[in-house]
Design a protein around this ligand. Sequence first.
Ligand code: XIL
Length: 502
Amino acid sequence: MPTRRDFIKVAAGTAVGTSMCAVLAEDVFAMTEQDTFEQDSFEQDSFEQDSFEQDSSKIPSHAAFGLDGLHGEAAKKKMFFGSATSENRIITDIPYRTALVRESGIIVPEYEMKWDIMRPSATTYNFADADFMINFARQNGLAVRGHTLCWHRALPSWFASTANSRNAAQLLTEHIATVCGRYKGRIHSWDVVNEAIEPTDRQTNGLRNSPWFRLLGESYIETAFRAAHQADPASLLVYNEYGVEFDDMQRSDAILNLLRRLKARNVPLHALGVQGHIRAADKAKFAANMQRFRTFLRDVAALGLSIIITELDCDDTALASNITARDEGVGGMYGDYCSVVMNEPAVIGIITWGLTDKYTSLNSTNPRADRLPQRPLPLDANMVRKNAWYALEYWFKNTTQRPRQTITSVAEERIAPTHRLRCVPHTHRSECAIQFTLERSEDVLLRLVDVRGQDVQILAQTRLEAGEHHVVLNYAPFPAGVYFCILQSPSFLVSEKILLQK
Ligand code: XIL
């Protein structure tokens, strides 16, 4: 039975954007005025809906969210599947958009959250594109990965002439505070630092000789993680890296040692992102190094970190032009890759770098000699499932169930009820009982959003102890309709649909 202390009453009449929105049990769910403020300004300036919303007849509804796509399969094992995408293709390509929502439970903006898009100048921000992506995700029941807060590439042209060793730390922390702060509670996981290791650069600890390293030394990595955690304590923070699959032990050792140093210094780091840009040309090399790759993943898991495959695709330049043979070669690599990563329980999800061959960036970064378009992704250019798709499906069906679900959506709640979050509207009063169970003490954010993904009310944001928690939402002030209650922490994000009736 819940204790009195566990019960939290939420006050009425307080949509976000008007005034303080929650009255909470004394010391349990404290929310500061500043938190409310941040939320307010976020609502006002960012989610004035854009052109996409005017086109809402074409948005797949939550009901269209696929149970039969890859994410539906992944969710049965408490894993997730998602893909990188971008604004233009979502707006212009309806068959693609439908496939994206059917197959994915989480999306990653391929460009929209990189510095060169977000930072037109040292003092200004462009949020429009990232806002679009986050709105789209919300409207379609998808989670979002943030990519990326600190990288040596995609830096704007002003960076080189503006950043120096005196202002670089401030530039970095301000950027992270602003961007993570704006999207606080909306990002499943952040790629906080991307690709910081490059042993061939011959710097201390195998670190890449990147602009950030030159300006700040190794400390920039810790600075970035601490700033991200401070701005968005409920988001899963990821160090994202490539080149751990093959025989370059110098690389993987340097990565592992970096993770160890960060953990030893108690840096808020929760997961390793393994990019997974593989090549059909490396089939034999991959097979020869599978055991090392397995050991690497196990060593990462032993640090208490989760692992996400963040950018999987398979370059087919080494394969002859025949389409069937190429699809078999690429699908075979997906299968080999999954046979390693799916068997490591710390791997919680797989993201492909694009969903369909139609938009793969490999055609520009690594074109085939015969000029045929590459076929590196699960769907072909007509959204038809290929061998790579079936390889992923096979492995999601045949992998072991993970202990905890880290994201769920409305659809998943139907597939695999976790009972982690339950929302039961009262039959007579305008009240809804919200109940959830934490397996351990966590920083949580609990909120009510409408069907467009707009925050209606922040119900709680604080650190909570393990155990069962109860919140009573008084929804008298809100119009009747469909809402979503979203509970997020660094280790999971669950949502439940609520039909509020008067
Ligand atoms: C890539 C995009 O896909 C390309 O279109 C762009 O030209 C360069 O960036 N690792 C990453 C991603 O973390 O952000 C990169 O994305 C691919 C490599």
